[in-house]
Design a protein around this ligand. Sequence first.
Ligand code: DGY
Length: 313
Amino acid sequence: MHAVSRCFVTRALAGGALDRLAERHETTVWSGDLPPTPEQLRSQLAETDPEALICTVSDRIDAAALDAAPRLRAIANYAVGYDNIDVAAAAERGIAVGNTPDVLTDATADLAFALLLAAARRLPEAIALVRDGGWVTWEPSRDLGAAVHGATLGIVGGGRIGAAVARRAAGFEMTVLTHSRSTETTFEELLERSDFLSLHCPLTDETRHLIDDDALTRMKDTAILINTSRGGVVDQQALARALHERRIAGAALDVTDPEPLPADHPLLQAPRLIVLPHVGSATVTARQAMTELAVENVLAALEGAPMPHAVSP
Ligand code: DGY
């Protein structure tokens, strides 16, 4: 007989792996259609008193949340990024933290490329034109887009998703420049040379508002910014200004700060802007695999073993 622990899961997750967890451990899944608010999360944690938590990017796991769950030993984030978790506070309390790397790399890289193509070829305007009955004739020079084939793609971040985007760019015979701690291309050079700039770095104190007024001013006025990393990497007020002043040609964001972005947020008034509701990993395959990894992390930690996909503080 194995020891039965209590687990709290903040959303119903894709795939069958949660059933596997529930077969072995007492598992409570938050039943709301929306994620728990911070207050609801704290009260659920206090009520269920879990040893393991599976949470998503919508859940802020800060010291106050951790204090509400004094028996917690394991946190499995249902994401590769883990800026929503105070990892240092978890480490101080001896709580292991894990994430879901690799399995969402291709889905996210595909979406980054979809955004790049959509922004370059102005798909939102074209779709709206047809839908709104404005397609009167074939136009020789209206709403012309930017060539993707042979253009220069700048990638910020030396991780798996950036590398996967670079592989896709090879098919379009693009010149790829990468800026990371281990590459020689400077950030300034990347900004100045890129026709498309795609962000693939984690959100840290170092990268918060990396794309600010100065960075946007250095970019070509024909350049397009793509962000599938975290909203906080971009200073959104600076981005709105740059788009209104036509200092860059467009932006396509899968992530914003905050999420969701309120419908009346001033950024949404900016021209040549695409915003998606954080769907980078939203394929059946990726989301099911993410559930598998989160459950593997929890099962290992509850057995006293290291998480297979651990995050280091
Ligand atoms: C991640 O994994 O970090 C994504 O943003 C959510 O899937």
